[in-house]
Structure formats: C-alpha cells, structure tokens
Design a protein around this ligand. Structure first.
Ligand SMILES: C[S@@+](CC[C@H](N)C(=O)[O-])C[C@H]1O[C@@H](n2cnc3c(N)ncnc32)[C@H](O)[C@@H]1O
Length: 245
C-alpha cells in the first residue's frame, strides 16, 4: 500500500472513530462491526475513556469550524439557559457569550473530567454544571432550557430520534435545538460518492451514511434551518425551533 493511502486510511479511521465513538484497528478498519445501534452506554464510555486524553489533538482541529458556528448560533438566539449534550472535553465551553448559562452533560466520566479541568483552568463563569447523564434519557424536568445543542453527538447515540424527543421535552416551547454533525449528502455528486463509500465502509473505516432523516422526522426536516459549515461543507449545522408537532 502506498504511503499516501496508509495515511489517508489512518485519517479516515480516526475521523470515523470520533464520529462513531469506537476504535479502529489503526489502519482504518473499524472494530467491532460498524453498527451504530450497537453503541450502547458502556461502549461509549469505553471508547471515550480511550479518546479523552487525545481527543482535542486528534479531532479538535477538523471539527473547530462546526463547533464555533454552532456556538455562534447559540449566542445569537434568545434565552439564557443552554444545555450542551455530549459536551465531551468542553472544547465549546470557552466560546459562549457571558450572558449564557451552560449545563453540559456527557456519558463519559473521562471526557467530563477533561471538561471540568478546562472550566477550572480557564475560569469559565458561564458553566453552571457538568453532569454525567444520558442525553437520550436525562433527569431534567420538562421545559428546563431555552436552547439545547449537540455537537458531533447525533451519530454517536444509539437512537438519534430518541435524542431529538428528549431535547424537545427539556427545551421550552419556542426554544431552539441545534445539531452540528456530518450527515449523508441528500444527493448530487457528494451523495453518490458517500453512498459508494458507505458500501465500502469496512475497508475505508469511515461511515459517511448517517442520514439527516435518521435524526429528523419529515415535519422537522421541512422546517429546520440547514447550513453547511467548513471544511468543505463536510459538516452541517441544523437549527430547529421547538414547536409542537
Ligand atoms: C464526538 S464526541 C463530541 C464532543 C463535543 N461535543 C465536541 O464537540 O467536541 C461525542 C461525545 O458524545 C458523548 N456521548 C455519546 N453518547 C452519549 C449519550 N447517550 N449521552 C451523553 N453523551 C453521549 C461521548 O461521550 C462524547 O464525549
């Protein structure tokens, strides 16, 4: 295998791991079998225990624009109480405006520990709490937040629609729910390429086939505000007003 091919496979593998939450064999081929639904709570905790120390270095760069766009969008929305689900190592936390009050949740103790270190180190006064909690089944009361944001999380949880339902429950009516993620392109050349790549995903070590429809039912899909973000529109920012179905 040519050196460029090895490097490309390795990068694809790392990207795949980050977006899907489980490790590759280092050459890009995923282990265990690449089923997102198999990624239960224990698997997520195990995978992110491994990633916690290197996450910022390995994934912080490529995902930076998407994260900044999402936080910028949150900052521009009305309301103060923000829930960040899958807060990870807290890379987004320094970027919220001072008038926002952030509650971060994550399943991974190890990722949360990094986020807590960041809050202490950078004296982040906007962060109200960081809690270990499952984003698909939180312990928050109905209508607890003005805004919920999930960055690079929707394709990691086992039941994306359940995540959406939970966020609709904890965000007040008229509040906002935002996702930034890689989604399968709806069509065109990129869509065709991603479908072709998905068929070869085991050898590529990359799952480009997380469709927006897996997350958003048709009604939400029709009214969501959808913006591509750099690099090269690889990620998409989805903003949804929390209106009754
Ligand atoms: C790809 S990382 C994204 C981290 C962060 N949002 C960022 O932008 O860097 C995915 C995060 O989601 C968390 N996660 C996965 N499933 C979760 C769940 N069901 N509930 C809460 N957090 C979850 C993982 O532990 C991990 O920290």
């Amino acid at each position: 295998m040519a050196l460029e091919e090895i490097v490309a496979n390795r990068q694809a593998g790392e990207m795949h791991d980050m977006l899907n939450g489980y490790p590759s064999d280092g050459e890009g081929a995923p282990v265990p079998p690449p089923s997102r639904s198999a990624l239960d709570a224990e698997a997520v905790k195990l995978a992110y225990r491994r990633w916690a120390n290197v996450y910022d270095l390995a994934f912080g760069g490529i995902s930076r624009f998407g994260r900044l766009r999402a936080v910028e969008a949150v900052n521009g929305l009305p309301g103060t109480d923000v829930l960040e689900v899958g807060v990870g190592t807290g890379l987004a936390l320094p970027h919220y405006n001072a008038d926002k009050v952030i509650t971060g949740i994550d399943l991974s103790t190890d990722m949360l520990a990094k986020a807590r270190e960041r809050v202490q180190r950078d004296k982040l006064a906007t962060v109200h709490d960081l809690l270990e909690m499952d984003a698909e089944a939180t312990r928050f009361a109905d209508n607890s937040f003005d805004i919920a944001v999930a960055m690079f999380v929707a394709s990691v949880v086992p039941h994306p629609r359940k995540l959406l339902c939970e966020l609709k429950r904890v965000v007040r009516p008229g509040g906002y729910i935002l996702f930034v993620n890689h989604f399968l392109a709806p069509g065109g050349v990129r869509g065709a390429v991603e479908h072709a790549m998905a068929r070869a995903s085991r050898s590529l070590g990359w799952h480009p086939d997380f469709a927006m429809e897996s997350l958003l039912p048709p009604n939400d899909l029709a009214r969501a505000y959808i913006q591509p973000v750099p690099p090269m529109g690889l990620f998409t920012l989805v903003t949804l007003e929390n209106l009754p179905d």
